[in-house]
Design a protein around this ligand. Structure first.
Ligand code: SF4
Ligand code: SF4
Length: 89
């Protein structure tokens, strides 16, 4: 079975400079769950000095963080022409 790293290597992106997902930083500071750090398959959330940082580049648009975040994450699909391009095979 292919590793997740190899599978992610099959994916390419057209990155918009404007993030399509915007965590609410003031909510993140007091969030005790911080489940985004663990559930994102592309590992796009990270914590440093108690703050949560997010990089939208590499987002697979799976929607997992949208469902899991308890604070009504500001989540949209990327604008037309941007985002993930899946390659099969
Ligand atoms: S789960 Fe949501 S509110 Fe909590 S740290 Fe992550 S993005 Fe912020
Ligand atoms: S939509 Fe999926 S890949 Fe994108 S940031 Fe959320 S969990 Fe990660």
């Amino acid at each position: 079975m292919e590793s997740i790293e190899n599978r992610l290597g099959l994916v390419s992106f057209t990155v918009d400079s404007e993030p399509h997902i915007k965590p609410k930083s003031e909510k993140c500071e007091t969030c005790s769950l911080k489940i985004c750090l663990f559930i994102c398959p592309a590992r796009l959330y990270r914590e440093e000095d108690g703050k949560v940082y997010f990089n939208h580049e590499g987002c697979l648009e799976c929607g997992t963080c949208r469902i899991a975040c308890p604070e009504d994450l500001d989540w949209e699909y990327p604008k037309g022409g941007y985002g993930v391009h899946y390659q099969f095979g």
